[in-house]
Design a protein around this ligand. Structure first.
Ligand SMILES: [Zn+2]
Length: 92
């Protein structure tokens, strides 16, 4: 069982993670949380900001994919595409 101090630190970390700007670095890791970009916070922000505009979101992510392919020449292209594009929920 965790004490109130640890609970408070966890709350502060979660609050910071939600409010930080989760933008990609040149190596396509998240600038705020260091997870592969788009991290879960960035994915949520993208889905809410492009709500209803799936084509616009795909175009935006496609531009990031083109840039990531240039920035990460030693990473297999399918891995980069999986990281940047294939997290999107399928259309129903
Ligand atoms: Zn992040």
């Amino acid at each position: 069982m965790i004490g109130p101090q640890e609970r408070w630190y966890r709350h502060v970390r979660r609050k910071h993670a939600r409010s930080a700007h989760h933008l990609p670095t040149r190596a396509y890791a998240c600038h705020a949380c260091a997870a592969p970009w788009p991290c879960r916070h960035a994915r949520l922000a993208l889905l809410t900001s492009f709500r209803g505009d799936r084509v616009g979101l795909m175009v935006y992510l496609g531009a990031h994919l083109a840039r990531a392919l240039e920035e990460l020449p030693d990473t297999h292209a399918a891995l980069i595409a999986g990281q940047i594009l294939y997290w999107l929920p399928r259309r129903r």
